[in-house]
Design a protein around this ligand. Structure first.
Ligand code: AMP
Length: 287
């Protein structure tokens, strides 16, 4: 395929994915909410390198937003997004509107994320992962057999999508992609555009706290509480940042160990006091 094909209807998307496989190709799927940045581009680049046909979806999923305010304020840049998708060699962009995706309104039947869905991000944003998994399950059902690319930046989302695909035998191979960062360490996010100038200057504190935890572990401090304290301490230096949580979890089980002797993730989530923007970040900790 050459050029970018834009589809807005579920059945057209399903048919195009089926045709791509029928032609003998492997299909790559990159689900997004648009406002594309270099993080999304890295997913597209990986997908185009590994798959014959690449489809991206752009849909700001109302089911995963708790606050109407955050949903309304979420950046939407469809024209620029389509130009990025085309430049990255993406073959197909699926841009349904809300009525197309949820024709009967918010669905009564949804995907239960299980206990991990209520912790950490799920505790701060009740119903968020139910909304994410319900949409992702629909995208997987429409796309059919494929490789699906997700960012490690949203680590809990990636873990839950993996668990869903395994639990429900979905014919999707998940590919986690490393977090793309600004030169000062700030993880790229569509929400970064909403930070005030002062908040933007303070924002690298999240990544710096995570890096400090990594250095502590490398220096022999394996107690999770000490590692967590390093993340907290850096963010608490910044008056514009209010932490929602910092946590150390086992990379595989997501249990919170008291001592890190297997690969773990340091997680942080914070809200900025001026713009109310909420950001998350994480870093792998390898003993
Ligand atoms: P979003 O549009 O925020 O829903 O993100 C779409 C996909 O891009 C998700 O799988 C995210 O994890 C991934 N993503 C977002 N930011 C980054 C980043 N900085 N680096 C790598 N992947 C990212």
């Amino acid at each position: 395929m050459s050029g970018l094909r834009v589809v807005r209807r579920r059945e057209a998307f399903r048919a195009a994915c089926r045709d791509a496989r029928a032609a003998g190709g492997t299909l790559g799927l990159v689900p997004t909410m648009g406002a594309l940045h270099a993080g999304h581009r890295s997913l597209l680049a990986r997908a185009t390198a590994e798959c014959d046909v690449v489809a991206m979806s752009i849909f700001v999923n109302p089911l995963q937003f708790g606050e109407a305010e955050d949903l309304a304020a979420y950046p939407r840049t469809p024209e620029a997004d389509l130009a990025v998708a085309e430049a990255e060699g993406c073959d197909m962009a699926f841009l349904p509107d809300e009525a197309e995706m949820y024709p009967a309104g918010p669905p009564a039947v949804t995907v239960d994320p299980g206990p991990l869905g209520d912790r950490l991000e799920g505790a701060v944003r009740p119903g968020h992962f139910r909304g994410v998994l319900t949409l992702v399950a629909k995208l997987f059902a429409l796309a059919g057999e494929c490789r699906a690319y997700f960012g490690e930046k949203d680590a809990q989302q990636l873990a839950l999508v993996r668990r869903m695909a395994e639990a429900l035998d979905l014919p999707v191979a998940l590919v986690g992609c490393p977090t793309v960062r600004e030169p000062d360490g700030l993880a790229l996010s569509s929400r970064n555009a909403r930070l005030t100038t002062d908040e933007r200057a303070a924002a690298p504190a999240l990544a710096e706290g995570l890096a400090a935890a990594g250095r502590l572990l490398a220096g022999g401090e394996a107690r999770a509480e000490a590692l967590r304290a390093a993340v907290l301490a850096r963010a608490r230096d910044e008056p514009l940042i209010r932490l929602d949580y910092a946590a150390i979890v086992d990379e595989r089980t997501w249990d919170e160990p008291s001592v890190v002797h297997r690969p773990a993730l340091a997680l942080v989530a914070a809200r900025f006091v001026q713009s109310r923007t909420r950001l998350i970040d994480n870093r792998r900790l390898v003993p």
